[in-house]
Each structure stands twice: as structure tokens, then as C-alpha cells.
Design a protein around this ligand. Structure first.
Ligand code: SF4
Length: 666
């Protein structure tokens, strides 16, 4: 028997050039057609076609739309030799039209298709979890010798492809997916970031031995925590083994659609980009591939003007484990910190509340007839009203935060708490016996200040940043707290113009998600900077900000407040209309708070890729669906007309079904 290697042995925990100064990680250049990849070049944007690869005209038209939108590499699935062969027709047609975009063949299970495609297209993507292995879901005990024998077998199967890539100048992505690790890796390392990294390194070592270096790597997962940890660990391990710094392709798999898909992608991809990791990105949405491009571009463009930024005190040692999620230990204060889920605070400081209906955008509904308040799953926990106290009694679950001068003059000090500027703090000021928020930034929260408030049991820090490199500056403050052994809970506040459009969910998900992913932050305030005087427009923005705050917490896996849909982006293997089906399943199940439902286009990769879903809806043939409970198939060949009902029935049988609320407003 062998032992499983530990993550943190002798290697340092640092995984990027700097945790405090924005800087791209230096990489080698990978040559992919006429579009080189690596740190000497801009971060590239890519996507994948969804039409059948055998449909040459349809594929060409889709590629044209993608290129028009700004896609720099186009990936096309090649499930078998015939599709690999047809890449030649697609490529020739594109080239005859003057379209030079590099094509990437996506390979699972089929070395013969890979070896053919590597002679045709500019890049091959292989999945190390299934290139030389078939998944049997077996847990096998390996000795060092039997494990080595497996590695020898992989080398034998993989070497011909590497030689072809060398000969034809074809690039390769070794793309690990969390959900499709081989039985060998699962048996030895488990379903872990370390297993994902080792899965790629087994193949990378072979490439290095064969002096093949035109390589990109990826570590995708639909779990953003796992995804971020795996990329970081990959960088650390490659450096530790003295390998070349190969570029990274970033992506969150099966992110879903609409705002949820965008937020989830930003939490995973954005967190890594902040630390200078990532040379090409793909945002996987269950939408037409051209929709992915502007999202990717928005994420990437943010870093073109990141420097210069205000200096942040450097970090010598890392007080967190960047390879394993642990929530920062904080003292529970009222309902914040400790084991409480991170709280959402709605910022109404610039909205004049006059009517109970004004709270509807933040999930609190007043029903006049029974004279009762109801709250939906996205009901904020606190409302910050600044200088304008709410003129009526708030619902039970909602507490109010006022600026300190206003709080002092208020009578109700049971349901209202003060926000005190750290610059105005004094030891003998009147405090709430329950909760006192102290607002400041890394400059005002000095070591001396923090030590002076750390033992006041009602204090919560309210952290802001004006730095262009905001997330790392805020993270630096958390490191200060950790180094000082201070366990005060911290609320993270960020402000964004209310007219940012699509940039807002992506930026806020990066800024706040980047902290939550490392277990930092006990609450979030997203504050709109209004560009409008119109109250109804302000309320609409407040609703958007509230929804995005909950979305970020969910995407970072720190607070589940709605059903999570893990849907694949679809590709040439897809066996039904994924967008329509996802919308239909969402309609019936979106009230099932906390449940994870996978919706996958094919049975070849779907079950693996939906990873930790509670239930799965997977295409298994024309008009045939397989339903999964976790990783186990429980119903096969269900006609698609009945499949949603059967899925609901399955959830009912497990006692996890609740009927949707009858009141349509709630
Ligand atoms: S799960 Fe979806 S995206 Fe992945 S191979 Fe199957 S159909 Fe394509």
C-alpha cells in the first residue's frame, strides 16, 4: 500500500508572483496558429461550438458568429474519428473565407480521434481523466509497482499523440475536469484539488520527457472553491518540480446561464485573474457561445488598467491555506460571524423609504390583508439607511443600521444599530449593547486601532477599499487580523455605479467572491452609486444589487439560498435543446432552496461533469433521458416529454420536494 501525499509538504504556499501588487505570472509562450498564448500576450478569449461537428455549414456559421464577437480560439468537439476528420472540412471552409482563427479539437476517450485531429487543427484538448482510461467507478488499491505500471500504460498510449503534435506544431491543452478524474487518481488522491493537479502532471511529465512544451493546462470544476484551489496548487506544484511555467486556461465548468452563470464564472475566473493567474479564459454558459465572449472580455479588460495602483503592504507569509477552504474563525456577534452564514446588508442610504412596498426589492413583502410581512429566499438580513431612519416598523427578520449621529437620536435601539466611522471612534462614546459596526479601510484599521477594539464584544468591522486593486488590499487587512489573532467579524463593502450594466455582477463577484473563496468575510454590502434621481430606478437597482449579493454568496458556496443549476454549455454531443430544457426545469424547481440539479447534454461526459449535483437530468439518446440521484443513474430511457415530471417524482420520493409558494409575489 502507498500513502496519499499531503498537499503542503515542503513547498511554500505562495502560488502567484505577488499577493499585493498586480502582476501577470510569467509563462512560456505557446504557439497556436497565428495567435500566440502566454504572459507576453493579452489574455485570450475562447469558446466552443454547440452544433454537431458533422454539420460543416452549421459549424462554420457558428464559428463566424463567435469570431465576430471577438473569440480568439474556437474549440470543436471530436467524439470520434469521423468528427475529427470533418474538422478538416470546417477548417478549409473557414480558411477559404479568410478566417484564420485557430481551431481546437476537444477529445474525450478517443486517442485515435486525437491523433487524427492533431494533424488537422492548431490545438488539441485532452482530458487526462479519460484519455487512456475508461471510468468504471472502481476504487482500486495500488501498490507503488502497480501504480507505476499504470503510468507506463498511459505513457505508451499518450506518446504517439505527443509525437504528432511535435511534428505538426500542434499545441495541446491538458485539461483536467474535477468531475471526470480517472479511477486511478480517485483511488489514490480522492476527489480533491491535489487529485486534479496530479492527473494533469502525470501527462505533463510525459510531455516534458519527450521535450514537448507547446502546452496549456486547465483545472476546471463547477465548484468554484475547488477550481481556484486546484489552479493555485498546479502552479505551486509545477514550480516545485522545476517545470516550465506553462500558461493557464481558466474556466468554471457547467456554470449555468444568465446572471447566476456569469457570477459563478466571475467568482472562479476573477479570483485567479486578480492574482495574475490565467492566460486564456472560457466562460461556460448555457447560452449561444457568442454570448460568452462579451462576458469574458469584460472580465479580462479590467486588468488592462489595473496598474499602477496604490501600494499595498507586501506579504511575507500566508496566514491562510490557499489550497484548502477554511472559513476564518470569528467570534459570533448577534447573528454575524461564528458559524452564521455571511449576511447580506442592503444599502438604502440613498433611497427615501416612504412605503412598505419600498422593501419589496430586497425580498421583504408586506401583505396588507393579514397585515403581515413575508420574506422570500433573497430577503436581506440588514438594511443600512444612513441618515434616513425607516419611518415604519421593520419586519422581524430585518434589522436597521444607521449612521452614528442618527442612531444616537433614535429611540428604538433594540432593532437599530450604529455605523461608526473609524476616524470618529473614541473609547468613551455611547455604544449599542448589541451591535456596533465600525467602518474603515486598511489605512484606518491600523494595528493599534484593531488592538484597541478587539475585545469589545459588540464590534463588527465594516471594511471598504478605494484601491484599484481592491480585493487584494482587503485581503491584506484580513491577513493583518489573522496575524494579530483578532477574531472580529468583518463585513465587506464595495460600491459600484448603478449604470455599470453587465460589468457590475462580474466585478462585484470578483471583488467579494475572491475573499469568500478563502473563507474571508462575514457579510457583504454592495452599495449602488446612483446616476439617477428617479426613485423607482433606484429601487430597481437596489433589487439587482441585493440579488447579486446573494448570487455571489451562493457561487462562492458560502450561503445557499436558491436551487443551483449545474448545466453544461452544450456542444456537438448535445442530445436535446439544453437552453429550453434548462429553462423548463428551472421553472418547476427553482423554489427548492439549496438543491443542486445537473442538466447535461450527453451521457458520455455529463454524469462526471455534474460532479456534486444532488440530481441529474442527462441526455442518453434521441428523446431519451437518464435521471440521476447523485452519481447513480436511477431511471433510464425516460421519454423527454415525461422526464421533468419523473425528476420531480424522484425528488418527492426523497422527501426533498416542497410545493412552491401560492402567493405569486413571494
Ligand atoms: S456534458 Fe454537455 S458540453 Fe460536455 S460533452 Fe456532453 S453535451 Fe458536450
Amino acid at each position: 500500500m502507498t500513502t496519499t501525499p499531503a498537499i503542503n509538504d515542503t513547498l511554500p504556499k505562495l502560488y502567484c508572483p505577488s499577493l499585493t501588487t498586480y502582476q501577470r505570472r510569467e509563462t512560456v509562450t505557446v504557439h497556436i496558429g497565428d495567435t500566440p498564448l502566454g504572459s507576453d500576450y493579452p489574455i485570450r478569449i475562447q469558446s466552443m461550438t454547440t452544433v454537431d461537428t458533422m454539420d460543416t455549414e452549421g459549424s462554420v456559421q457558428e464559428v463566424l458568429r463567435m469570431v465576430d464577437a471577438g473569440c480568439e480560439y474556437v474549440r470543436i468537439t471530436a467524439p470520434s474519428v469521423k468528427e475529427a476528420q470533418n474538422l478538416d472540412n470546417i477548417r478549409k471552409k473557414l480558411r477559404s473565407m479568410g478566417i484564420q482563427v485557430p481551431l481546437v479539437a476537444d477529445i474525450h476517450f478517443t486517442p485515435n480521434a486525437a491523433e487524427l485531429a492533431a494533424r488537422i487543427v492548431e490545438k488539441i484538448r485532452i482530458n487526462p481523466g479519460n484519455y487512456a482510461d475508461k471510468k468504471r467507478f472502481e476504487n482500486i488499491e495500488y501498490t507503488d509497482d502497480s501504480y507505476q505500471a499504470e503510468l507506463d500504460r498511459i505513457r505508451e498510449k499518450f506518446t504517439p499523440l505527443v509525437k504528432i503534435c511535435k511534428e505538426y506544431g500542434t499545441a495541446m491543452r491538458i485539461g483536467t475536469n474535477h468531475g471526470s478524474l480517472s479511477d486511478r487518481i480517485m483511488s489514490r488522491y480522492g476527489d480533491t484539488p491535489l487529485g486534479m493537479v496530479e492527473s494533469a502532471l502525470e501527462f505533463l511529465r510525459i510531455c516534458e520527457d519527450l521535450h514537448f512544451h507547446n502546452i496549456v493546462l486547465s483545472m476546471k470544476s463547477s465548484n468554484t472553491q475547488v477550481m481556484v484551489e486546484a489552479y493555485r496548487l498546479l502552479v505551486q506544484r509545477m514550480a516545485g518540480e522545476g517545470m516550465r511555467p506553462y500558461p493557464l486556461h481558466l474556466g468554471v465548468t457547467e456554470a449555468g446561464e444568465a446572471d447566476d452563470g456569469r457570477i459563478k464564472s466571475a467568482v472562479g475566473i476573477g479570483t485567479l485573474l486578480e492574482d495574475g493567474l490565467g492566460d486564456t479564459i472560457r466562460v461556460s454558459l448555457t447560452e449561444p457561445p457568442e454570448n460568452e465572449i462579451p462576458v469574458a472580455r469584460t472580465l479580462v479588460q479590467r486588468y488592462t488598467h489595473r496598474t499602477p495602483h496604490a501600494a499595498i503592504e507586501p506579504v511575507d507569509t500566508l496566514p491562510i491555506d490557499p489550497f484548502q477552504y477554511t472559513r476564518r474563525h470569528t467570534r459570533e456577534t448577534y447573528n454575524i460571524g461564528g458559524t452564521n452564514v455571511p449576511r447580506v446588508i442592503a444599502d438604502y442610504s440613498k433611497i427615501e423609504i416612504t412605503d412598505r412596498a419600498d422593501l419589496k426589492p430586497i425580498g421583504h413583502f408586506y401583505l396588507p390583508l393579514p397585515d403581515k410581512w413575508r420574506m422570500n429566499d433573497l430577503g436581506s438580513d440588514f438594511i443600512y439607511t444612513g441618515k434616513r431612519p425607516c419611518p415604519f416598523m421593520l419586519p422581524n427578520g430585518l434589522k436597521e443600521i444607521l449612521d452614528y449621529p442618527e442612531w444616537r437620536t433614535t429611540e428604538d435601539k433594540v432593532n437599530r444599530f450604529p455605523l461608526i466611522e473609524s476616524t470618529g471612534w473614541s473609547e468613551d462614546m455611547e455604544l449599542s449593547p448589541v451591535l456596533n459596526f465600525i467602518a474603515g479601510d486598511i489605512h484606518s484599521f491600523t494595528e493599534t486601532f484593531l488592538l484597541s477594539v478587539k475585545d469589545i464584544p459588540t464590534v463588527i468591522l465594516w471594511l471598504r477599499s478605494n484601491n484599484r486593486h481592491a480585493m487584494p488590499e482587503m485581503r491584506r487587512l484580513f491577513f493583518r487580523l489573522l496575524n494579530l489573532g483578532i477574531n472580529l467579524p468583518v463585513i465587506v463593502q464595495r460600491s459600484y455605479a448603478d449604470n455599470l450594466g453587465d460589468e457590475f455582477p462580474l466585478y462585484s463577484a470578483t471583488d467579494v467572491g475572491g475573499l469568500l473563496i478563502d473563507g474571508l468575510g462575514d457579510g457583504v454590502v454592495l452599495s449602488p452609486e446612483y446616476q439617477t434621481e428617479d426613485k423607482s430606478a433606484r429601487l430597481k437597482a437596489a433589487e439587482n444589487f441585493n440579488n447579486v449579493a446573494f448570487g455571489i454568496l451562493q457561487a462562492a458556496r458560502t450561503r445557499m439560498s436558491k436551487t443551483e443549476f449545474i448545466s453544461c454549455p452544450s456542444c456537438g454531443r448535445t442530445l436535446f435543446d439544453l437552453q429550453e430544457t434548462t429553462a423548463m426545469i428551472r421553472k418547476h424547481t427553482e423554489h427548492l432552496k439549496g438543491l443542486k440539479i445537473g442538466i447535461m447534454g450527453c451521457i458520455v461526459n455529463g454524469p462526471g461533469e455534474m460532479a456534486d449535483a444532488d440530481y441529474g437530468y442527462v441526455g442518453m439518446g434521441k428523446d431519451k433521458i437518464a435521471l440521476y440521484r447523485g452519481q447513480n443513474v436511477v431511471k433510464r430511457s425516460v421519454p423527454s416529454a415525461r422526464a421533468v415530471d419523473e425528476l420531480i417524482q424522484l425528488i418527492r420520493e426523497d422527501g426533498r420536494w416542497t410545493d412552491p409558494e401560492e402567493n405569486p409575489e413571494v
